[in-house]
Design a binder for this molecule. Structure first.
Ligand code: SF4
Length: 248
């Protein structure tokens, strides 16, 4: 568990934010928003205390989109840390930069959320160490000053994290699938245990008559065997317990 980055740091805390998402993001009149708003323009519903004036009735007022947006805790970090509480209203000269910085930190916090979840999975120690290193590096980037954040090659960083997350996902899914079924039939012709994993028609190997045999007792759903008679294609093979297994 990556305690160095508590989960609560990645949850939106609107009470400690300067209404950044209500300024930074654009939206268009639609089923989710009742009117058009340009990026960088404060929403008319944002009050002087950086609170939404219609918070309790957002959905009924046509702002469903506002209820599903998540900044992953970037709002309070940019407001409290990056700009140390200085608001875009106190210093309008910082407003443009603050909006751009918020978008960068928001993306970094989203990556932190995924990395933190990935680091909670059962993965090998070397992969876990990579995840922890990526968490620390991404968190350090999110703590950068505004100029550094605006210079950051976010696409490259996201690409590196994506690759790590994909590897973690592949490993986790492979583990979740479990091992392939192995035939327990004592007469199985395959010489090693790995070759006794049921792979279908050739599983049992050729018989003396030259046909591929079924392995009695095989329970895998994919097991098939050729028949000398195509007309018998609805006849279950003796000993095959899967209903999908038919001669063909
Ligand atoms: S409606 Fe409220 S929550 Fe939505 S952008 Fe405007 S002030 Fe923010």
């Amino acid at each position: 568990m990556p305690d160095s980055i508590p989960r609560t740091n990645l949850l939106a805390d609107c009470g400690n934010c300067l209404g950044l998402c209500c300024v930074a993001l654009p939206f268009g009149k639609s089923a989710d928003f009742a009117f058009d708003k340009a990026a960088g323009s404060p929403c008319v519903n944002l009050d002087e205390n950086f609170r939404c004036g219609i918070h309790a009735r957002l959905r009924n007022s046509g702002f469903t989109g506002c209820t599903v947006y998540d900044c992953f805790g970037a709002g309070q970090r940019v407001s409290g840390h990056t700009y140390a509480g200085r608001s875009w209203r106190d210093d309008p000269g910082t407003a443009t930069g603050m909006v751009a910085v918020f978008q960068v930190v928001r993306d970094l916090h989203e990556l932190l959320w995924y990395l933190r979840q990935a680091a909670e999975l059962a993965v090998p120690p070397d992969l876990w160490a990579e995840l922890r290193a990526a968490l620390a590096a991404t968190d350090a980037l999110a703590l950068s000053d505004p100029a550094e954040l605006l210079r950051l090659d976010l696409i490259a960083h996201r690409g590196a994290v994506d690759e790590l997350l994909l590897r973690t996902s592949s490993h986790h899914r492979a583990g979740a699938r479990g091992p392939a079924p192995i035939c327990a039939e004592p007469t199985c012709a395959a010489p090693t245990s790995s070759e006794r994993i049921c792979a279908g028609p050739t599983f049992g190997g050729p018989t003396a008559s030259g046909r591929t045999s079924a392995v009695p007792g095989c329970t895998t759903r994919t097991c098939r065997t050729p028949s000398s008679s195509p007309s018998s294609n609805s006849t279950p093979l003796p000993g095959i317990r899967t209903p999908a297994c038919r001669r063909f």
